[in-house]
Design a protein around this ligand. Sequence first.
Ligand code: ZN
Length: 90
Amino acid sequence: MKEVKCEHCKKWTDGTVKECQHCGGVLNAKYLAEKEELEKVETVMKFPLIEIDEDDPILIKMGKYVIRAGQVVFFAIVTFVAYLAAGTVG
Ligand SMILES: [Zn+2]
């Protein structure tokens, strides 16, 4: 059993469960929030797609969809090239 110190009641508790056995407080809440935030940032960095506004005129919307399709193709190519480069270097 991995013991961790509860950040809420400062008692040692089972670190393999999500909640403190003594006070019921969520363990590693800060760590989990940070991890979630990191994952969000990573997703955005991978696909910084153009925003399509619901209020945009139909022509602007169509134009943005075309740009978005181009972006998806572009990122697919970049990812593929990066994958190839990583393969040859490694
Ligand atoms: Zn506790």
